[in-house]
Design a protein around this ligand. Structure first.
Ligand SMILES: *[C@@H]1O[C@H](CO)[C@@H](O)[C@H](O)[C@H]1NC(C)=O
Ligand SMILES: *[C@@H]1O[C@H](CO)[C@@H](O)[C@H](O)[C@H]1NC(C)=O
Ligand SMILES: *[C@@H]1O[C@H](CO)[C@@H](O)[C@H](O)[C@H]1NC(C)=O
Ligand SMILES: *[C@@H]1O[C@H](CO)[C@@H](O)[C@H](O)[C@H]1NC(C)=O
Ligand SMILES: *[C@@H]1O[C@H](CO)[C@@H](O)[C@H](O)[C@H]1NC(C)=O
Ligand SMILES: *[C@@H]1O[C@H](CO)[C@@H](O)[C@H](O)[C@H]1NC(C)=O
Length: 405
């Protein structure tokens, strides 16, 4: 009898948790590097080393950390990099490299960078896990929208069409409940671009609000460093010059370069022995580093998103601050452009400059929907995704507790 009572109350509590907590469904939109990329090789051109595979079945290219170990990394970079066709203005994989972005609609490929699930490779996992313990279900009211993050906004039409369908499907699957968009980093500007294409009727019907975590509304100086001399891949220590061919080849790197709306026209962002560059000198900068394709990427993307235009839905902005973040890049004769610059620090989250994180302030008084924001001082760009304050905030919004405040 006691046993039955116990069981009964357990079931009751469980159902109650479920009924009380699950409110709005969520769709997670990752940032640069936050989706998995699978590849299949049938290469005709010789790879960089004799030991690089030429032929393969489908395998996880981004990101299997074993592929970015010294030596093997050159094979990895060569399979990740894109080539640009100046006539069509489109990028493609190298000949004989086929890629796909698995897991659209589910969360598994946006929860971890590396599918082995090592804790240090976790991405949206801590947020997703907390929601699951509250009664949320992966694939039903927790959805993911992974995409080919190497590409800029100019090459994402198919992704955005799929995304629109995912929003509608998620709404229907959850008894016609409005959806909350949860973005990290570059996922924020991508979502804003998509929102600008939707009618106010569509947004009112399908979207409850958007939570942007560490969104670079005005770009980041760090992207310039990637373009000029390469950079580590987030937490992974790799040789910048060896990953640079991939980083340069990705139009998304150009998309997140500092915006002319956020940096002053005489503000120096890069110093080289020959000249100083502002955000209006990108053409000269790319010519000087002998990578004019980077400027073409910038031109193809720079006017697609008006980041000063509000999304016209309720928004929540979470961002870290007070972490040294690249501010000005100082190169000398020895370092320009192949070695790492001396970096003058700026305020920010370690990756994104504070002025860019605060870009949502441009929307104030331009939309009738509320804009909420929360600064989390001392929290880094990626670490913010597992910070208890972030997890709690996202939970409050999704469970509808925030609405009651
Ligand atoms: C690999 O490419 C070659 C020619 O480039 C082609 O003949 C062959 O069928 C391809 N193999 C597969 C498995 O697609
Ligand atoms: C670029 O695209 C055009 C048009 O499809 C094609 O004719 C040309 O061969 C391509 N160039 C390269 C270098 O692949
Ligand atoms: C869009 O959805 C279709 C159908 O599910 C899929 O084949 C395609 O790969 C998706 N494309 C992108 C870019 O997500
Ligand atoms: C779906 O919504 C209707 C109307 O709001 C409600 O009566 C019904 O109980 C809901 N069903 C579920 C499964 O939540
Ligand atoms: C770059 O700017 C610095 C600081 O304003 C100045 O001292 C330097 O002369 C400039 N260098 C060139 C090459 O214009
Ligand atoms: C750096 O290069 C400039 C221009 O080529 C030259 O004038 C200058 O002397 C060089 N400085 C050093 C320290 O080599």
């Amino acid at each position: 009898m006691i046993y039955h009572l116990f069981l009964f109350s357990f079931i009751y509590i469980f159902n109650n948790i479920h009924a009380v907590n699950v409110h709005y469904p969520a769709i997670f939109i990752p940032g640069d590097g936050g989706s998995q990329i699978w590849a299949r090789l049938n290469r005709t051109l010789p790879p960089p080393h004799f030991f690089c595979s030429r032929h393969s079945n489908w395998f996880e290219l981004w990101l299997d950390i074993r592929l970015i170990l010294p030596e093997v990394i050159d094979c990895f970079v060569d399979n990740m990099r894109l080539t640009y066709n100046e006539t069509t203005k489109k990028t493609s994989n190298l000949e004989g490299v086929e890629t796909q972005i698995p897991g659209f609609g589910g969360t598994s490929t946006v929860e971890y960078f590396d599918s082995s699930g090592f804790p240090y490779s976790s991405y949206f996992a801590p947020i997703v896990r907390s929601l699951v313990t509250l009664g949320y279900t992966r694939g039903v009211n927790l959805r993911g929208a992974p995409y080919d993050f190497r590409r800029g906004l100019d090459e994402q039409d198919e992704f955005f069409a799929n995304f629109t369908q995912l929003v509608k499907d998620t709404y229907e699957l959850n008894n016609q409940t409005q959806v909350v968009l949860v973005t990290h980093s570059m996922g924020g500007p991508f979502a804003l671009y998509w929102l600008h294409q939707q009618t106010s009727e569509f947004k009112a019907k399908y979207i409850r609000s958007m939570i942007n975590i560490a969104a670079p509304w005005g770009g980041a100086i760090k992207a310039l460093r990637l373009m000029i001399s390469g950079d580590n891949i987030d937490v992974y220590i790799v040789s910048p010059i060896r990953v640079r061919p991939y980083q340069r080849s990705a139009p998304s790197t150009a998309f997140v370069m500092p915006s002319v709306n956020f940096w002053d026209k005489d503000e120096i962002v890069v110093v080289s022995p020959q000249r100083n560059y502002t955000v209006n000198d990108y053409e000269a900068l790319f010519n000087d580093i002998k990578f004019p394709t980077g400027y073409a990427y910038w031109m193809n993307n720079k006017d697609l998103l008006n980041e000063l235009k509000p999304p016209e839905i309720e928004v929540h902005e979470l961002y870290g601050s007070h972490i040294p973040t690249p501010g000005v890049l100082l190169y000398d004769n020895r370092t320009f452009p192949d070695l790492q610059p001396i970096v003058l620090p700026d305020d920010g989250d370690g990756t994104v400059n504070i002025r860019s994180l605060l870009g949502f302030k441009n929307w104030e008084n331009k939309q009738k929907q509320d804009i909420h924001s929360l600064e989390i001082p001392g929290v880094e760009h990626l670490a913010i995704l597992k910070h208890p304050t972030t997890i709690n905030y996202v939970t409050q919004v999704l469970t509808g507790q925030f609405d009651k405040k």
